[in-house]
Design a protein around this ligand. Structure first.
Ligand SMILES: [Zn+2]
Length: 399
């Protein structure tokens, strides 16, 4: 399990730590017996039995059928119990809101998308829309007799430890106290509410779900209007001193490149951001507020072998390979996963990106560069996962 909590002082409670160890073992090895848990966590059998009883009572583990174990005695197997609790995740995209509710076992209980022009609506209207979506999701979840343990909102931008958003250029936001505003709009929702960057939550989702789950050194490069990176190194999310680590959108890639909104030229975002990609490949598109249909047009043209589009995608892929090589040089990850429109266009981007990355890798084989399979829900799925973090860290749910 990776640690996503911001550092806290109370590390003293041994029982909490042991509960977390039991949950972690069951997450990785379910179905497994109490004896398996004891053997692999180093806890004695009586302690494991007591912890498991408590976790079953609180609806975090459940027993499944009997299975013969190696010495021939039947053992009751344990799995995570996803029936009682869910974490809720919301994602604010430039043109859509996404809500995901997921149980402790990672099973998505609900995935909703709602077209919403967050980039033009302004922060106040977006908070109202997020509050409405949260209320509907909570009603659905509690109607199914589950309890929401927490909500984490993914924002494409910089997010500090208080859940304030000092800057989210993809949304046109500056200095938005999002966590406080959403708490107010929900009139104390009765569960913890946090905000984190989309890149951080997307890399958490990748680390937990899908084909790269369990990778200890992992980078997720977000697609969208502004490129950001979520960084997991040695199993830990890297936040940096203010929480802004991975803000790579203005990494200079080409001194003579296209102008960037920041006033310089050739930044990563100005070359690989969704507006830059659409502008380059579909010069007739004009300013775009709904990106998906334009990305689908690019896919159709690429499939049909349109020469300018194919050539453009190859050049963009080469730049993506350069960006990946910078991240590889800094962090030496196993995998760099690309999301958003970069994942949608991966069949045409990745061959050139791989060649560029290989040419810049001093010692092969080096980092893998792959497309995310989680789609635009990645940030919201990561939010739902993050909302379950206190329980996964061994805290029992209240009530
Ligand atoms: Zn820039």
């Amino acid at each position: 399990m990776i640690s996503i909590d911001r550092p806290t002082a109370d590390l003293g409670d041994v029982r909490v730590t042991n509960r977390a160890a039991v949950l972690r073992h069951v997450r990785r090895h379910a179905p497994c017996s109490r004896a398996d848990v004891a053997a692999h966590t180093g806890l004695n059998k009586a302690t494991v039995s007591s912890l498991v009883a408590e976790l079953i009572e609180h609806g975090l583990l459940r027993e499944t059928g009997l299975t013969e174990n190696r010495v021939g005695r039947p053992a009751t197997m344990l799995v995570l119990d996803g029936a009682r609790y869910v974490g809720l995740g919301l994602r604010v995209g430039a043109d859509e809101l996404v809500a995901v509710a997921a149980g402790l076992g990672g099973d998505p209980v609900l995935t909703w998308r709602r077209a919403f022009p967050a980039a033009t609506a302004g922060a106040e209207e977006t908070v109202k829309a997020l509050a409405a979506l949260t209320r509907r999701a909570v009603t659905r979840v509690t109607g199914a007799e589950r309890t929401v343990l927490g909500l984490t909102v993914a924002v494409p931008g910089l997010v500090d430890a208080d859940g304030d958003v000092p800057a989210a250029p993809a949304l046109g936001w500056r200095g938005v106290p999002l966590a406080a505003a959403l708490r107010r709009a929900l009139r104390d929702p009765g569960f913890p509410l946090t905000v984190d960057s989309e890149a951080n939550l997307a890399v958490l989702a990748e680390q937990r779900h899908g084909p790269y789950a369990g990778t200890a050194d992992l980078v997720h490069l977000t697609g969208g209007p502004v490129i950001g990176a979520g960084l997991i190194s040695g199993g830990r999310l890297l936040r940096g001193s203010r929480g802004f680590a991975g803000d790579v959108g203005h990494l200079p890639l080409a001194a003579d490149g296209p102008p960037c909104a920041c006033g310089r030229r050739g930044c990563l975002t100005a070359l690989l951001g969704v507006d830059a990609v659409i502008g380059r490949l579909l010069p007739d598109a004009g300013p775009v507020t709904d990106h998906l249909p334009e990305i689908e047009r690019i896919q159709a043209l690429a499939r049909a072998g349109d020469e300018p589009v194919r050539t453009g995608l190859t050049e963009i892929g080469r730049l993506l390979g350069q960006a990946a090589s910078v991240l590889a040089g800094l962090l030496d990850p196993d995998v760099v996963v690309v999301g958003g429109h970069l994942a949608a266009l991966a069949p045409w981007l990745l061959p050139a990106a791989h060649a560029e990355l290989a040419a810049r890798t001093p010692v092969p084989p080096g980092v893998r560069l792959e497309a995310s399979t989680l789609g635009s829900a990645a940030g919201a799925l990561g939010g739902a996962t993050a909302a379950l973090a206190t329980v996964e860290a061994g805290r029992l749910p209240a009530g």
